[in-house]
Design a protein around this ligand. Structure first.
Ligand SMILES: NC(=O)c1ccc[n+]([C@@H]2O[C@H](COP(=O)([O-])OP(=O)(O)OC[C@H]3O[C@@H](n4cnc5c(N)ncnc54)[C@H](O)[C@@H]3O)[C@@H](O)[C@H]2O)c1
Length: 336
């Protein structure tokens, strides 16, 4: 590995550091936040935090011992010129213009969604392209060890051919819908078409103002159709996926922490038929807790060898997901 990359976090809220205080999350996610990764990762030298909130800056300085903090990048003094990697963990409407603050940037890790709209996302990525900045988008499932194994062949060996799929999400299409559409693309390949579905227009809910939660179908190029079903997180949270294959069934539930395989077996009540043994799950170890750390591993490796093509969650892929989300969002808005 080359010298550690000087890093700054821009936007020091929940995803940047706040979730580290949640004891329940800590049991499953040693790396729930960017701050935890930057504190520990030898490939990065965490130099600075920028956030307009003085409370956030106090947390960075006193809680995380960050040497340079400021309400804007100018307040960082000469450190601003040294930052090579910026972690952009603001909300999606505050991303444009952030890159201008750091003249020597080589890479960003940017939170999803890339923008409020596909146009915003395009504009942000154009800025990155013009300056030759590598972009890793924190669609963390793409860095998860177990999910990568599934995408790279284990899914097919467990399930055979996928014949039916249902995806559950909530707290907003632009918010968690982005994660789950991207996850479906990761596991099942590209989307060839989509349709709104459902008897009603879903509901408005989530941290992004006005974000809707429509029912919709993704038609995959492979021919599989994935039904997206929104859940109200006021009752309970879930971002999950259930896949019925020709040889078994896979549930990826509990937002990725609960992975269960159900094998095909002789049918218990009909001679000569088969069933999926839904009462005999074989659990598969989840690895989500390390996914964010591995996102940074992958970025450091790509920076070391100047190989943008090696990024696991690159701009081009994230833009495909963004374009699908945006098209569904607009169709849902037009439906009223
Ligand atoms: N990848 C994931 O799994 C995941 C999980 C949660 C949130 N997120 C994403 O992370 C982003 C942040 O979400 P959050 O829940 O941490 O939000 P948050 O509101 O807790 O934090 C955002 C922070 O950005 C700061 N900020 C606003 N404008 C700024 C600017 N111009 N410059 C610097 N700082 C600025 C705010 O003061 C705040 O501290 C969102 O895009 C969200 O969708 C991703």
């Amino acid at each position: 590995m080359t010298a550690p990359y000087a890093a700054a976090i821009v936007g020091f809220g929940k995803m940047a550091q706040g979730y580290a205080e949640d004891p329940a999350m800590a049991r499953h996610f040693p790396y729930a936040t960017h701050a935890q990764v930057l504190r520990d990762h030898p490939g990065f030298d965490w130099r600075a935090v920028v956030d307009p909130s003085v409370d956030a800056l106090a947390a960075a300085r006193d809680g995380w011992n960050v040497p340079h903090v400021g309400t804007d990048a100018d307040a960082l003094g000469p450190t601003r010129e040294k930052i090579e990697v910026a972690v952009l963990a603001t909300g999606p409407d505050a991303r444009l213009g952030l890159l201008d603050q750091f003249p020597r940037l080589k890479a960003v890790i940017v939170e999803k969604p890339l923008g409020r709209t596909a146009d915003d996302a395009h504009a942000f990525l154009a800025e990155c392209r013009e300056r030759g900045i590598m972009v890793q988008v924190n669609l963390w499932r793409r860095a998860d060890e177990r999910f990568r194994e599934l995408a790279e062949g284990r899914l097919a060996s467990l399930l055979g051919e996928v014949q039916a799929a249902t995806c559950y999400y909530g707290n907003g299409l632009t918010n968690n819908g982005t994660h789950m559409i991207d996850f479906v693309r990761m596991l099942l390949g590209e989307v060839s078409d989509w349709h709104l579905s459902g008897a009603n227009a879903g509901f408005i809910e989530g941290p992004i103002a006005g974000d809707s939660n429509p029912h919709f179908l993704l038609q995959m190029a492979s021919g599989v159709e994935v039904a997206f079903q929104p859940l109200r997180f006021g009752h309970y949270r879930e971002c999950g996926l259930t896949l019925w294959g020709t040889d078994g069934k896979l549930d990826i539930l509990l937002e990725g922490l609960g992975i269960s395989f159900f094998p095909k077996a002789a049918h218990r009540a009909m001679s000569g038929e088969s069933e999926i043994a839904v009462d005999r799950p074989a659990p598969i170890d989840a690895t989500c807790g390390q996914a964010l750390y591995r996102m940074y591993d992958n970025l450091a490796d790509c920076l070391d060898c100047g190989d943008e093509a090696g990024l696991w969650s690159d701009a081009k892929s994230a833009m495909k997901t963004t374009a699908i989300v945006d098209a569904i969002r607009m169709a849902d808005a037009a439906r009223g």
